[in-house]
Write a new protein. Structure first.
Length: 200
């Protein structure tokens, strides 16, 4: 259960920023004993993987704060964030003490699918809301929202590794936020529709 909560938290964080949970897992596994990656996932802690992840994170942080460019970046990230969500979920599940007698141990592909779905759902909410935020604030709100998203991704990633029990609360808050943003998007779009004129 704790491994599943860790994976869910990390994949949700990947939906906000693909590279933050990846680097958190890589650095924690490399410099602490909290996560020990099994055979097949050791490359995550390598110098080149951490270096490439850091460069991509820097690019993501910058591009995601430029109005209009952030929408293009989100489109590109449609393929990256869910994939990263599946990767970090699978890596941390495999790193746990799951054995072949457990359901997830017998079906390791489940962790990949769950990671892709959770990350994809969060990414979809983020991608739908950003153009609305930019349009409603003339681009001013985009960088602010992006910074909040980065902070949430960091917090959720660290929480998933150090205290996975609290991931349930964090995911509930994130789900509420996504629903709230969806309702705000619908309301904003309705307000933008031209009203018909029936005449005198």
């Amino acid at each position: 259960m704790l491994a599943a909560l860790t994976g869910l938290g990390l994949s949700a964080a990947a939906g906000l920023n693909a590279y933050i949970p990846f680097l958190v897992v890589a650095l924690v596994a490399r410099f602490t004993d909290l996560v020990t990656l099994p055979s097949g996932y050791e490359w995550i802690t390598s110098d080149w993987a951490i270096g490439v992840g850091a460069v991509l994170l820097l690019a993501e942080v910058v591009l995601d704060k430029v109005p209009a460019v952030d929408t293009v970046n989100d489109t590109i990230q449609t393929f990256i964030r869910p994939s990263m969500g599946g990767l970090v979920f699978a890596a941390t599940s495999a790193a746990s003490e799951l054995d072949s007698s457990t359901w997830m141990g017998e079906h390791p592909w489940v962790s990949v699918v769950l990671g892709v779905l959770v990350s994809g759902l969060v990414h979809t909410g983020k991608m739908a809301a950003r153009p609305v935020v930019n349009g409603a604030t003339v681009g001013v709100g985009g960088p602010v929202v992006s910074t909040v998203e980065d902070g949430a991704s960091i917090g959720l990633s660290v929480l998933a590794v150090l205290a996975p029990v609290f991931v349930v609360v964090a995911l509930a808050l994130l789900a509420w936020l996504l629903v709230w943003m969806y309702l705000r998007v619908r309301q904003w779009r309705r307000s933008r529709r031209p009203t018909s004129y029936a005449g005198p």
